[in-house]
Design a binder for this molecule. Structure first.
Ligand code: 3H9
Length: 696
């Protein structure tokens, strides 16, 4: 048979193979091939049982996401699975790799399930703004406990084979690593045992204790933060428990179609593909990554220790330098603490932890110990003078071909590179705090950085399981430059009349986990203050500079770590608005002659988004970011922008570039210096274009 699905009949078992690389997505051709293969095998008198498995690395990893948003083509996955489940011969799903979404739903529509010990299972549709729409919401609660089914579907997390076996999701774990043979042998055994068909839809839903579902729903509602899919999943599960299977499935379909039509779905699918596109940069075609096994880290503060931890978790050998023994001992303690935390969370085995502490990690006070490292990451104090000094020394000590990287979050990489005899080996690797947790990494490419070194930065990010975004050199790179701009716009809103607490409420309602001022208090107000002081000499006199954050810092209030900042922080973790902050702001308004006015939440968000989109358009227009999607991925992964809004430039496309430009023109009347429209935004708006057109 041609096409992605083929059947072989051996010893009265029909073995159906799905071969649709890279992930065996259930595309139209797969659906068509699969249903005819199953029905043919059912009709074939020489067949006693049917096995379905995937060629290559995985079983079906879900519906073909590329087809979403296009006119649907029959056979549709839900009907296919129903028909498959209704056949007269036992069907076995033989699972390896990742059985996800429509893949797991296909397995649930099979009568029996066997899997390799390494297989993983999940219904991740929620990450795409969807719900499992091929019977998953109806069948899973008939197979595993309802609360667990709800947790899997609303969080989208995967489970391993052992857990799946314990829950009853799979019937057996196969020995070895040949899933085809294991599926075949299992089908033979079922036939020999006289096992019949076992349609999941004929089973009763699993029992639920009174109030259990309500408790789950309340938890899900709290975690959803604006995302609508999780509560729709709960509605579908409720239908599974209260309605006959067919009616439950109709309800599932209706809810699925609602989500399919929603902006959240298109935003999250944009984010899914952008996550994968962002790693495709020109230097990966022309450059060859260097072998990186041993790395050096300069500085053992919050960033250095986090970077060292991240590298150790990636299996790298790490030497961390501090200025004296005391600081080195403190860094060792911090890294050990992070690693023990990883053991506690099940992310690192105890033996591996011991091997790292006993061999792969060492601290030093002498840069000479960097003589044989393949890459050094400098994470010292954010001062050009200090960094230049460090790079001059590293250049003398590190072997030829070693990469010299800076974790600076603002400073000019070209200026740092100029301190060395090897500017082509110098790059920015800007991690986000805490570096062993946050997934974003800006790979900052200087004028002279070689393609091999850029490729090495991306390879290192992959090893560390980070999402790397390529950035050109400018103050703050992609992320902090945009952050500084929208922070200025927000400060403008505060001077005009909003309180920091109004701002945080509006931003949190918009979908951010925390508003700007809450984040500032958490990160420490002194960091931004130091940066503002650095920038002060270059400040344009026309800038309407908001001073209230500086005034708060002058009182020694740096946020959570000092108990006071924009909020008053209780020992119990509570955050209360601070009337003195409001007094400081009121005094500044009075001094500047501003009469405060009512600022609605809508206006706060309009200002926030207009400033963010405008600066993003400048960042793309100047070539600092390769494409709009690079900006979206930066803001989604490093700045808490809600994934279900797709990133600032996807958001701009959905609300319309005219609306953003119009808002800028309105705010311009208040501050003509700050609100200057980006040429790219003006151009696209005039042409009726979209940022998405530039994503390639
Ligand atoms: C669903 O099933 C709905 C149903 O309930 C109802 C229907 C009615 N489709 O991630 P990778 C591409 S919703 C199309 O780099 P990995 C991906 O873009 C679906 N393409 O590999 C990339 O392409 P490229 C529910 C897909 O090894 C390439 O494959 N399922 C799909 O790191 C390799 O991907 C999911 O949400 C797809 N479904 O990870 C699962 N999946 O090379 C989504 C991947 O051009 N997928 N591609 O950049 C994943 O989570 C990961 O891809 C997976 C592999 C874990 C499978």
């Amino acid at each position: 048979m041609s096409g992605p699905v083929s059947t072989k009949i051996e010893d009265r078992i029909a073995v159906i193979e799905i071969n649709n690389p890279p992930v065996n997505a259930a595309s139209h051709a797969v659906r068509e091939g699969l249903i005819s293969a199953v029905l043919d095998a059912d009709a074939n008198a020489d067949v006693d049982a049917i096995v379905i498995y995937g060629a290559g690395n995985t079983f079906i990893a879900g519906a073909d996401i590329k087809e979403f948003g296009q006119p649907p083509k029959a056979p549709h996955l839900p009907q296919l699975i129903d028909e498959m489940e209704a056949v007269s011969k036992p069907t076995v799903a033989a699972l390896h790799g990742t059985a996800l979404g429509g893949g797991l739903e296909t397995a649930l529509g099979s009568h029996y399930r066997i899997a390799l010990a390494t297989a993983r299972f999940g219904l991740p549709e929620v990450h795409l703004g969807l719900l499992p729409g091929a019977g998953g919401t109806q069948r899973l609660p008939r197979v595993i406990p309802v609360a667990k089914a709800a947790q899997m579907m609303t969080s989208g997390t995967m489970i391993g084979a052992q857990e799946a076996l314990q829950l009853g999701l799979i019937d057996e774990i196969a020995e070895g690593d040949d899933i085809r043979s294991a599926g075949f042998a299992y089908a033979q055994k079922l036939v020999a045992d006289g096992a019949g068909v076992r349609p999941t839809s004929a089973r009763a839903p699993m029992p639920v204790a009174e109030g259990e579902l309500d408790a789950v729903r309340a938890k899900v509602a709290k975690a959803a933060r604006g995302l609508i899919a999780p509560l729709k999943i709960m509605d579908a599960i409720e239908a599974a428990l209260t309605l006959p299977f067919d009616e439950g499935q109709q309800k599932e379909r209706a809810l699925f179609m609602e989500l399919m039509a929603d902006e959240q779905r298109s935003a999250m699918i944009h984010a899914f593909f952008a996550d994968r596109q962002v790693g495709k940069v020109p230097e990966l075609k022309t450059g060859t990554p260097r072998d990186i096994r041993k790395i050096g880290v300069v500085g053992g503060g919050t960033m250095g220790a986090g970077i060292a931890t991240s590298a150790l978790l990636a299996g790298l050998d790490v030497t961390l330098a501090e200025r004296d023994d005391e600081a080195a001992a403190k860094a060792l303690e911090t890294v050990s603490g992070h690693l023990s935390g990883a053991v506690k969370r099940g992310k690192l085995k105890q033996e591996k932890h011991d091997a790292i502490i006993g061999g792969k990690f060492r601290t030093t006070t002498d840069y000479a110990d960097f003589a044989d490292v393949d890459l050094v990451i400098e994470a010292v104090f954010e001062s050009m003078e200090v960094k230049k000094d460090v790079f001059g020394k590293l250049d003398m000590i590190c072997k030829p071909g070693a990469i010299l990287a800076s974790n600076t979050s603002y400073l000019n990489i070209d200026e740092i590179a100029a301190m060395t005899q090897r500017p082509e080996d110098v790059i920015g690797l800007h991690f986000f705090s805490p570096a062993h947790v946050m997934r974003l990494l800006e790979v900052v490419v200087g004028k002279k950085t070689s393609d091999d070194v850029v490729a090495s930065g991306f390879a290192l990010a992959k090893k560390m399981r980070k999402i790397a975004v390529r950035s050109g050199v400018c103050d703050g790179f992609i992320g902090n430059r945009i952050l500084n701009t929208y922070a200025t716009a927000i400060n403008g809103a505060v001077l005009a009349g909003a309180s920091p607490y109004d701002v945080d409420r509006a931003m949190e309602e918009f979908g951010l986990a925390m508003g700007l001022f809450r984040v500032a208090d958490l990160a420490g107000l002194d960091i931004g203050w130091a940066n503002r002081k650095r920038m002060a000499p270059d400040r344009d006199p026309r800038e309407q500079y908001a001073e209230f954050a500086d005034k708060i810092c002058e009182l020694g209030r740096y946020g959570r770590k000092t108990g006071r900042g924009f909020y008053i922080h209780g020992a119990d973790g509570s955050e209360t608005p601070d009337p003195e902050v409001l007094d400081i702001i009121a005094a500044e308004r009075a001094a500047k002659g501003i009469t405060p006015r009512e600022i609605s939440d809508t206006e706060i968000i309009d200002r926030y988004m207009a400033a963010m989109v405008n600066e993003s358009a400048k960042v793309v227009g100047e070539g600092i970011a390769l494409r709009p999607l690079d900006v979206d991925i930066t803001l989604l992964n490093g700045y808490g922008f809600p994934r279900w809004r797709g990133g600032p430039l996807h958001y701009a496309d959905t609300v319309g570039l005219d609306k953003i430009l119009n808002d800028i023109k309105i705010f311009q009347k208040e501050d003509d210096f700050f609100w200057q429209p980006a040429p790219l935004l003006e151009k696209l708006a005039a042409e009726g274009g979209k940022f998405a057109d530039l994503n390639g």
